[in-house]
Design a protein around this ligand. Sequence first.
Ligand code: NAD
Length: 436
Amino acid sequence: MSEPAIQPPGHFGIRPDKETFLAEENPFEAMMERFDHAAQLLNLDPGLYKVLRNPEKQIIVSVPVLRDSGELEVYTGYRVLYNTSRGPAKGGIRFDLNVTLEEVKALAAWMTWKCALVNIPFGGSKGGVVCDPTTMSMGELERVTRRYTAGIIETLGPDSDVPAPDVNTNERVMAWIMDTYSMHHRHTVTAVVTGKPVAMGGSLGRREATGRGCMFVTREALAKLGMGLKGARVAVQGFGNVGSVAADLMAKEGARIVAVSDKSGALHNPEGLDIAELIKWVKEHRQLAGYPKAEAFSKEQLLTVDCDVLVPAATENVITRKNAPHIKAKIICEGANGPTTAAADEILEKKGVFVIPDILANAGGVTVSYFEWVQDRGGYFWDEETVNRRLESIMVRAFNEVAATTEKYKVNTRIASYIVAVDRVAAMHRLRGMYA
Ligand code: NAD
């Protein structure tokens, strides 16, 4: 049998742990509840409320694929465009057995709010194919990608819907999507996807963008508490793309990373871990476990370790009503999507923890995806310093807007983020008028 083309979930992306997921609540329901709260405070008119609670377009396609064995398999693929009032839809594509239409819808809504919050001219979308890429050869994966792309090709396009990598998809998959789309259109269209290899129109700084964004907003939150990154004690859950980069960049700004974890376990050193060395270790050993120069402790302990900043950058629903009362961090920077349950949110608010919510904290990734799209369309590429500087300016602006909204509405930062985002999407609808 040929080598699986994609690493098991946890390398390119992660799945919610089923038990935790079912134990407290559905993160997507929780997200829509927060939307409802924001809509209420904004006094959204009932018609517009109905429009914003429903996806614009939902596509279901059958994806026939020839397996290497000669057998024909048919997978199901989805693409949901939630809202495109502010611009082309933007959202990742995941290949996973757990993909459902409900989940894709919710994730597309999430993208809508995130793009509006950082004020980039995109709407929100998401897509997925119900399949297990870990059992596929590279050839099979390519055929799934190309046939799915062909199935949804009418909605794709730099002006209509722009995919990106998500769980179990990567820059290789984006390159195939770009090629398939370009072959159908008879010319090369690099701007149809983001998260591409840099050599084919990807952006410098994209890989680090989400972790870098986390670093910028954490710095701003610390400043609000009269602190700085220098000397701040930080614990990071998840040592993948987001967590390892956030830890590395914060350490470079003088923070002391006192604990990190991944699926294999957690490491602790109150004096500060050597993040550059840990990144090398993980490259070689593919996991944190076994690293000899730190005390190993349980993954659960990481969340309640003594620190100033906690960065959950692994998966959903990890901060729950059970562990929230024991969290010692003053700031939580949500690198992951949906790491905090609504019940935990209430506890954290009472404790006075400063939460930088996911739609703000991890928006650095989609922001640099936007830069990639701009560069592809302009045919002019920026150096990395320009990318990082422009990312910083967008992240700091969004942070300040959320902080001001928190004051104005006397709400927590999460609801404030939804207020800013929903208000922007609603404003666009009002300006355009409703074609109804
Ligand atoms: P990744 O697969 O590169 O890394 C995930 C890390 O989390 C791995 O180190 C894995 O071992 C670890 N992990 C998984 N379960 C864990 C657990 N129970 N305890 C401790 N560690 C655990 O994924 P990523 O790209 O870094 O994404 C992480 C999160 O950030 C996800 O929620 C993702 O949706 C979100 N996010 C990512 C981006 C991006 O640009 N990569 C952008 C926005 C949001």
